[in-house]
Design a protein around this ligand. Structure first.
Ligand code: PLP
Length: 457
């Protein structure tokens, strides 16, 4: 019998967790079993996932941000079907295909201060490109990054990662230095040494949803340019409307030299990464015909990724998802901010557009303090995990703890959500917070289970 994907899926349905345990990263199924996230999803549409029993889940994780236009958007699906049906000559390498040119043209129209685009296959590859380009274009070696930063996990990107737990054991990395987010004095002290190629920064940090203080990007950009260094804005997560502007840096009056894009450009289908730069940077890196392949990737610019990218950009524009992210995000943040007064465990609500962080903080009441301290002693982040699990188990809403050792949960729903999803989340979160403030009950029992697991890790 020939290959038939639907039959294969039907025949082996239900084996995903066992296969992962046997052949892939075994810690993933183990972790998912431990927190009761071990569902088998069989279908997804828009904001919602469906498991094999027909239960519906609201996806406020969006595949770490790839589903900007929602799951299985019909326009992106059609573009991919059309692309396959046209039997394009793809990945010829020695040709200049149409689709990458069109996608570059469309992306650059969103940020006319840039001139050229390099296409790779992921966020981390877009970042690697930015680091290489910045070093080559300036002739300098060091890249600065911010505390808490996350730019991907390949070795170059890891060198600009602000969390020790990711870096540990992978040394030596590139000779780079961390700057506390928002600290222009430390930045200038490093720049004075004269060997800094660039600062890489997320307009809103993905880990912890930390926001640089207002004016920091502008001040950093001025300083960098004064000392002949570049500003790289990593828009892998914040780009394409997530924060209520097409790019996150556009909230400030600032012109980066390089911008990285990935995640949502894929339409949630085909991995892609893009690095947008000023023209002079390309002129330096690709300075002669001899250097035409000096930075390149076999699968970059493949037709499937380009078609998905073009369709995703069209959907973002046609459905006005950037303004929807701003409007819906404002409504969701306002509804959640109202709860800060009501619930002492909720410390802060922050973010922009549909990138929202909920930070929990130490309670002052005697009823809640022992439970909080028990969780903190075992591992910082367990309270946030308890909330994520309660949102999932009781309300079928998928969220995540935003980084290791942090009491922050992050909301990153598709940019297509509306008032119905704002209400859904507000009511669910209110219910979970109300329960958490009882200081006992099922939620705290689960907290004790998490403590045992943390101790036995
Ligand atoms: C800001 C940022 N940069 C880079 C990356 C890495 O992207 P990828 O996982 O596609 O390599 C991520 C991923 O979460 C990210 O949030």
């Amino acid at each position: 019998m020939g290959f038939d994907l639907p039959s294969l899926i039907t025949a082996r349905s239900g084996e995903g967790y066992d296969l992962h345990a046997r052949y892939l990263n075994p810690q993933l199924p183990k972790m998912l079993h431990a927190i009761g996230f071990d569902k088998e999803y069989v279908r997804a549409e828009g904001t919602y996932l469906y498991d094999r029993d027909g239960n519906r889940y609201a996806d406020f994780l969006a595949g770490f941000g790839v589903f900007g236009v929602g799951h299985n958007h019909p326009v992106v699906r059609k573009a991919l079907h059309d692309m396959l049906d046209s039997e394009l000559a793809d990945l010829i390498q020695f040709d200049c295909a149409l689709l990458p040119g069109l996608l570059a043209e469309r992306l650059l129209a969103k940020a006319p201060e840039f001139d050229r685009v390099y296409f790779g296959n992921s966020g981390t590859e877009a970042v690697e490109t930015s680091l290489k380009f910045a070093r080559y274009a300036t002739g300098r070696k060091r890249i600065l990054y911010c505390s808490h930063a996350f730019h991907g996990l390949t070795t170059g990107s890891l060198s600009v990662n602000g969390a020790a737990e990711f870096r540990k054991g992978f040394d030596p990395l590139l000779p780079d230095v961390s700057v506390p987010l928002g600290d222009t004095d430390v930045l200038e002290a490093e720049l004075r040494k004269g060997d800094v190629a660039a600062l890489i920064v997320e307009p809103i940090q993905g880990k912890g949803v930390w926001m640089p203080p207002a004016g920091f990007l502008r001040a950093a950009s001025d300083l960098l340019h004064k000392y002949g260094a570049l500003l790289i804005c990593d828009e892998v997560q914040t780009g394409l409307g997530r924060t209520g502007r097409f790019f996150g840096y556009q909230h400030e009056d600032v012109e980066p030299d390089i911008v990285t894009v990935a995640k949502a450009l894929s339409g949630g289908f085909v991995p892609v990464g893009a690095t947008m730069t000023k023209g002079w940077i390309f002129d330096k890196v690709y300075s002669s015909m001899d250097r035409v392949l000096v930075h390149d990737s076999t699968f970059g610019s493949n037709a499937a990724a380009m078609a998905a990218g073009l369709a995703s950009l069209a959907v973002i524009e046609d459905e006005q998802l950037v303004s929807n992210a701003e409007r819906t995000g404002d409504a969701l943040r306002a509804a959640l901010t109202d709860m800060v007064e009501k619930y002492e465990l909720l410390g802060e609500v922050r973010g922009r557009g549909l990138m929202i962080g909920l930070e929990f903080s130490k309670p002052s009441s005697l009823k809640l303090r022992p439970g909080w301290s028990m969780l903190q002693a075992a591992r910082v982040g367990l309270f946030a995990q308890m909330v994520v699990v309660a949102l999932f188990q009781r309300h079928r809403i998928l969220t995540q703890v935003s980084g290791d050792h942090t009491e922050v949960i992050k909301l990153l729903p598709p940019l297509t959500i509306g008032q119905a999803e704002v209400d859904l989340f507000r009511e669910a979160f209110d219910d979970v917070m109300r329960d958490a403030h009882r200081g006992s009950g099922l939620m705290w029992d689960f907290g004790r289970t998490l403590v045992k697991q943390a101790v036995n890790r």
